[in-house]
Design a protein around this ligand. Structure first.
Ligand code: MUC
Ligand code: MG
Length: 367
């Protein structure tokens, strides 16, 4: 079970329709496939989505940090030495998606080596999660039509609505239209990606106070410390820290400082090893948790559901697991299927997914 090689392979798969939100937009999944090889011939896989507007990473930077720093630090370690791997990678600041993809590929390789599923290895609470679909910026009618299609085709009844545009009425009109067209039974929450000031956020939440929102996420920047505390203290829904709470230390700081009351766990930026830490912290603090999406492909979405299904707290709320549906293609041999509003983990060992060699050959950018 010793690591012999770590590969970082760039690939690009276009989106059928770009996803737009307050901090950026994504037109193609220009991700990095990470493969961890062991001396037993086992190969674990995961994907790193670069999000320069959130964490500062780029596709080229992820490959460079893996090839130049992390691969030499980890080669020769056993798959069981995950805390040692974490400590070594932790010497390099930042680079959350690069570290996370290595960590998850290691867990996949471990599951395959032990002949057990990663989700069972992590906790094994259930085998599926309800799905929440993220709606990017568009006209109200188009966003309503997308939500209706998601409900009709996949049974999805939870929607995270991207907000943070100016004037705030652009977004509050969308949320109102969604509630009016979809009815009382759908769950709606909003994510501002730091696009509004605290005052604009308060005004928007006031305009939407009759719309029965489940959560508000990262509406204004956490660095506006007093404004954010003021905003969170006057809301009557949980306020989710997403990009402001990447590590367990960030979660502690944001929650104890009154800048958030719930958290988003994204394995794309924490891997499974650090996500365990934030999960346990959230449980101890009694926080709501949503399993978030970093605009992941199918491999990344499988990683999210594998972790989310492993614990009662993370499986309680719908997880953001569906944005791969907007991609024109993917790398897996068997596409993920959402039905009845749920996504299930895959039976089998590791993450239970395989990379299609022909698809990888077609979409990889390094040959
Ligand atoms: C989200 O929840 O904010 C947008 C940027 C990113 O890194 O993740 C997405 C979704
Ligand atoms: Mg968010």
């Amino acid at each position: 079970m010793k690591i012999t090689q770590i590969e970082a392979i760039p690939f690009a798969i276009p989106y059928r329709k770009p996803l737009k939100f307050a901090s950026g937009e994504v037109h193609a999944a220009e991700h990095v496939l990470v493969r961890v090889h062991t001396d037993d011939g086992v190969v674990g896989v995961a994907e790193a989505p670069p999000r320069p507007f959130t964490y500062g990473e780029t596709q080229t930077g992820i490959i460079a940090v893996i090839d130049q720093i992390f691969a030499p630090q980890l080669t020769g370690l056993s798959l069981l030495e995950r805390e040692t791997m974490h400590a070594r990678m932790h010497r390099t600041v930042g680079n959350p998606a690069a570290k996370a993809a290595i960590d998850m590929a290691v867990w996949d390789a471990l599951g395959r080596s032990l002949d057990v599923g990663v989700s069972e290895l992590l906790g094994g609470y259930t085998d599926r999660m309800r799905v929440s679909h993220m709606l990017g910026f568009d006209e109200p009618a188009a966003m309503v039509a997308e939500a209706e299609r998601m409900r009709e085709d996949y049974g999805i009844t939870t929607f995270k609505v991207k907000v943070g545009r100016r004037p705030v009425s652009l977004d509050t009109a969308v949320v109102r239209a969604l509630r009016e067209h979809l009815g009382e039974d759908v769950e709606l929450y909003v994510d501002g990606n730091r696009g509004w000031t605290a005052a604009e956020s308060a005004k928007a939440m006031q305009q939407m106070s009759d719309l029965d929102l489940l959560f508000a996420e990262e509406l204004s920047p956490a660095d506006d410390v007093l404004g954010r505390r003021w905003l969170v203290s006057r809301l009557d829904v949980p306020f989710i820290a997403d990009e402001s709470a990447v590590t367990a230390a960030d979660v502690t700081r944001e929650i104890l400082g009154g800048s958030a009351t719930a958290i988003n766990i994204k394995v794309a930026r924490s891997g499974f090893t650090l996500a365990q830490r934030t999960h346990h912290l959230a449980e101890g603090l009694g926080l709501e948790v949503v399993m978030g999406n970093q605009i992941d492909g199918q491999l990344g979405s499988m990683c999210t559901v594998a972790f989310g299904a492993a614990f009662e707290l993370t499986a309680r709320r719908a997880g953001e697991l569906s944005n791969f549906l907007d991609m024109s293609d993917d790398l897996l041999t068997e596409p993920l299927q959402i039905s009845g509003g749920e996504l299930a983990i895959r039976p089998g060992t590791g993450l239970g997914v395989e990379i299609d060699p022909d698809k990888l050959a077609h979409y990889r950018q390094d040959v």
